[in-house]
Design a protein around this ligand. Structure first.
Ligand code: GRF
Length: 214
């Protein structure tokens, strides 16, 4: 059975969705860069090994990345899942795990990489927003895309309401993408996603609700 590791920094709701999804693999560890990450308790309650590699006690990013990589490699995982992991990882680290590391990002990439995606979506007035699972490559939030889900942006949305609607979709598509990888239906070749997964119906379209029109 394939092994996977989840990296978190905070509440860990995506981690919970992954652990509750009965994935075709075994979670061998949950690792946080923050000792106070809420998600650690849930992982422990599931009997999963946890570890903290605290970025604040390492002299620089290279030292942190090296400690994190060593902790990950100890478990020899097939897949590393970044789930609300809020540290930028250096190029060497990313290359070491390239092709076996996925991330969930709360926007329809390539729109709104980085932080505060819901605020930016509202400021730009986009009518569709959503989330993306992608392979991690050295440039932040720009790796090959595996799956996306879209939600309409409503006229009275706030950052909080929009983020909670997107989060529901995150909890669906991340376990889906992880399952495909663990089933061997997904890999990277020459920087592109190669997959044996169901293709979306070409007639399917998510239409945002029209407001203010007769
Ligand atoms: C999620 O929206 C994730 O996409 C983003 O940070 C948030 C983390 O939430 N990177 P959680 O820790 O998974 O609850």
């Amino acid at each position: 059975m394939k092994k996977y590791i989840i990296l978190i920094s905070g509440r860990g709701s995506n981690m919970e969705a992954l652990l509750n999804a009965d994935l075709p693999g075994r979670c061998v560890a949950v690792i946080s860069n923050r000792p106070d990450a809420g998600g650690l308790d849930f992982a422990r309650s599931k009997g999963i090994a946890t570890a903290v590699i605290d970025h604040r006690v390492h002299a620089d990013r290279n030292a942190f990345d090296a400690a994190l990589a060593a902790e990950i490699e100890r478990h020899a995982p097939d897949l590393v899942l970044l789930a609300g992991f809020m540290r930028v990882l250096g190029d060497d680290f990313v290359r070491r795990f390239e092709g076996r590391m996925l991330n969930i990002h709360p926007s329809l990439l390539p729109a709104f990489p980085g932080m505060h995606t819901h605020r930016e979506a509202l400021a730009k007035g986009v009518k569709l927003h959503g989330c993306t699972v992608h392979f991690v490559t050295p440039t932040l939030d720009s790796g090959p895309i595996v799956i996306q889900a879209a939600v309409p942006v409503l006229g009275d949305d706030t950052e909080a309401s929009l983020s909670s609607r997107v989060l529901v979709q995150e909890h669906l598509i991340y376990p889906q993408a992880a399952a495909w990888f663990l089933q061997g239906r997904l890999h990277l070749a020459d920087g592109r996603v190669v997959s044996r997964i169901p293709q979306p119906d070409s007639d399917a379209m998510i239409a945002p609700p029209l407001t203010g029109l007769p």
